[in-house]
Design a protein around this ligand. Structure first.
Ligand SMILES: Nc1ncnc2c1ncn2[C@@H]1O[C@H](COP(=O)(O)OP(=O)(O)O)[C@@H](O)[C@H]1O
Ligand SMILES: [Mg+2]
Length: 372
């Protein structure tokens, strides 16, 4: 066993987390000296000597472009996501072909078939646009640089164009994925300031920026309001993914992952929840599921599916409602049974969800003229 001192290990981790590259090297060399295994020590020294440090470890953070006045960063590097993204088959196919085109950019360009490597992600809030951008970056093994146009634009009038330019000047030098989040902020300029002249300037600067990037630059943009985007911007994104609200099969995936942690025993329940959760976003489903699991964990029991269904139905009325510790209020069970039955959930599953007998469900439905 190597006898690396605890202090040196702590120093190494501390330096790494501070992205202090010089200290990482120093601590690494010291540890190499402590290793008994000569091969391991040599390998470690080789690592330390290597030039071209990966971006995320090189302490580059100080060099991110900032707003001249506020000194706030215009771009943030975001970590790759740790949870999966669930896409419809159509969207999955678009993303796959985008990734293939990026990976084979040189080959395609040698055959005169290159295209802009830019993809527009459209969809309502909470449908996984930011998450998907992270997955694209992770798949390509590149850092994800997120620009929030709304923060870039909220600065002083004349500085906006300067900010946008410094973002595009910064990016080509790095093998990265540039993610322009809240692209519709460009359209918001029009609403907020009634100033067409300024809007035009901002849009033009973004377009110039996009056009100035080299062929191999990967750009993603997200918007909640694709119809508001300027057609000239729209045209510059040959790949389009319309995320929309999740369909029944994506909803089932989301419940399976966030509520049941992939447990197949709960399959019927999953299907029932997927049926009732129509109209909810992925983020809504995640929030409801995690809240239910927190209650279960604190109560030392299992998830109360009835209270999840109840929260889903309440949320469908427009405002996200989380499940409560109290479960389904008794006087709402009938209402819930009707809803579930309307969503084609079988009586036996309704009984399980509500924690009542099959006969009770039958009685609820009969009372209101529905056969069980
Ligand atoms: N299609 C999806 N697949 C998996 N998780 C999703 C999906 N949509 C939303 N989520 C969950 O909701 C969270 C918020 O989604 P986000 O990507 O921030 O949405 P958007 O950027 O579209 O507003 C994600 O981090 C993820 O946990
Ligand atoms: Mg987002």
């Amino acid at each position: 066993m190597p006898t690396v001192s605890q202090d040196d290990l702590l120093e190494l981790v501390d330096a790494a987390l501070a992205a202090d590259y010089t200290r990482v090297r120093r601590a690494g060399s010291k540890i190499a000296g402590e290793l008994d295994d000569e091969n391991a020590a040599r390998a470690l020294r080789a690592l330390i000597r290597r030039k071209g440090v990966p971006l995320r470890a090189s302490g580059y953070a100080e060099s991110l472009p900032v707003d001249g006045k506020s000194r706030l960063p215009l771009i943030e590097e975001q970590p790759w996501p740790t949870t999966p993204v669930f896409l419809s088959d159509t969207n999955g196919a678009v993303v796959t072909s985008f990734l293939e085109d990026v990976r084979n950019a040189d080959l395609l360009s040698s055959k005169g078939l290159s295209t802009r490597l830019s993809m527009l992600l459209a969809g309502p809030p909470g449908t996984g646009k930011t998450l998907l951008a992270g997955h694209v970056a992770a798949q390509l093994g590149r850092p994800l640089y997120t620009v929030r146009l709304d923060s870039v634009i909220s600065s002083l009038l004349g500085d906006t164009a300067k900010n946008i330019r410094s973002i595009f000047d910064f990016v080509p030098a790095r093998e990265a994925v540039l993610f322009i989040d809240e692209m519709d902020a460009v359209a918001k300029v029009r609403d907020d300031r009634h100033e067409l002249g300024e809007l035009k300037r901002v849009v033009n600067t973004v377009i110039q920026g996009l056009d100035s990037l080299d062929d191999r630059a990967v750009v993603l943009a997200a918007t909640n309001h694709p119809q508001l985007l300027d057609p000239a911007i729209w045209r510059r994104f040959p790949y389009k993914v319309d995320l929309g609200l999740p369909d029944a099969s994506a909803r089932a995936d989301l419940w399976r992952h966030f509520l049941f942690e992939g447990n197949v025993v709960a399959e019927q329940l999953t299907q029932a929840l997927a049926a009732v959760a129509e109209g909810l976003s992925g983020a809504d489903i995640q929030n409801i599921a995690l809240s239910a699991r927190r209650h279960a964990a604190l109560a030392g029991g299992s998830v109360d599916a009835g209270s999840v269904v109840w929260a889903v139905l309440q949320s469908r009325k427009g405002q996200l409602t989380l499940p409560t510790r109290l479960g389904v209020p008794a006087d709402h069970r009938k209402e819930l049974a009707l809803h579930l039955s309307g969503a084609a959930v079988k009586a036996i599953d309704i009984a399980r969800l509500l924690g009542v007998t099959r006969q009770t469900v039958g009685a609820y439905l009969k009372e209101t003229g529905r056969a069980a």
